[in-house]
Design a protein around this ligand. Structure first.
Ligand code: MF3
Ligand code: CO
Ligand code: CO
Length: 252
């Protein structure tokens, strides 16, 4: 669970390369594009420009190189021929492998101008991620992260998805510990310098319950309310955190 300084250096590189994919794809997210086209652009960039492996491809049978989740889709949407239209909200989730180590990050995109409701959900979910990240330091627990995210989401009358969580990350895509986005302060695994994990809250406009579509991957809200997710890969440092997948426009 603890990375050596050599492993941290590799995680830092993998995280930075994953962040570049989200920056690159921004200009392509507009009305008329299909999620399959976004997949193909990302795949080519990851393989040919970054010299990385797209981790989702063939991961437990996942058929594509990125996840694309639209509107009431919570996560793990499979790119296909669906055409994006104005007012859609889209999560693109990128995981790359560089020199054996994973970097995992996702963000929300607006297709055209968003509705007021969609913007509120997306912005608040980003705030929830940042609140989770700022909780990270040696001696804090995973329960502290989860409870801070949950309190913030529920105070704003949104709900937190329970079935999926953040995760340790390194040579493996999903490692211990699980990082739940709800919980009780002081409970769970204690954070230690050198741990690397993701925080990736999924927040619903309506109720927290989800369903999985017959494709066995796409997670949707049961009540069809909008859902948003943002994700970063985090390193626990001596006195706090480092966001390994941070983009230049972010201040966390
Ligand atoms: N990137 C997702 C995560 O944040 C996992 C996607 S698994 C896949 O953990 F198979 F759907 F790609
Ligand atoms: Co993840
Ligand atoms: Co991810």
């Amino acid at each position: 669970m603890i990375k050596s300084s050599e492993e941290v250096a590799k995680m830092r590189l993998a995280g930075n390369l994953a962040s570049k994919v989200l920056i690159m794809i921004e200009d392509f997210v507009k009305p008329g594009v299909t999620t399959q086209e976004l997949n193909d652009i990302c795949h080519d960039y990851i393989v040919n420009e970054l010299d990385c492996i797209p981790a989702p491809l063939n991961y437990r049978g996942f058929p594509k190189s990125i996840c694309t989740s639209i509107n009431h889709q919570v996560c793990h949407g499979i790119p296909n021929e669906r055409v994006l239209k104005k007012k859609d909200i889209l999560n693109i989730d990128i995981t790359v492998i560089k020199d054996g180590f994973h970097g995992d990050t996702s963000k929300m995109f607006f297709v055209g101008e968003p509705t007021v409701q969609a913007k509120r959900l997306v912005d608040l979910t980003y705030e929830a991620l940042k609140i989770g990240i700022k909780t990270v330091k040696p001696g804090a627990t995973v329960g502290d992260i989860g409870s801070n995210i949950q309190d913030f989401a529920e105070k704003n009358h949104f709900s937190v998805v329970r079935e999926f969580c953040g995760h340790g990350i390194g040579k493996d895509f999903h490692e211990e510990p699980q990082i739940l986005h709800y919980g009780i302060k002081g409970e769970g695994v204690e954070l230690k310098e050198g741990m690397t994990f993701t925080i990736e809250p999924m927040i619903n406009f309506g109720r927290k319950e989800i369903r999985i579509l017959p494709d066995n991957w796409t997670v949707v809200t049961k009540d069809h309310s909008l859902s948003a997710q943002w994700e970063h890969t985090i390193l626990v440092t001596r006195d706090g955190y480092e966001v390994l997948t941070i983009r230049p426009d972010e201040k966390i």
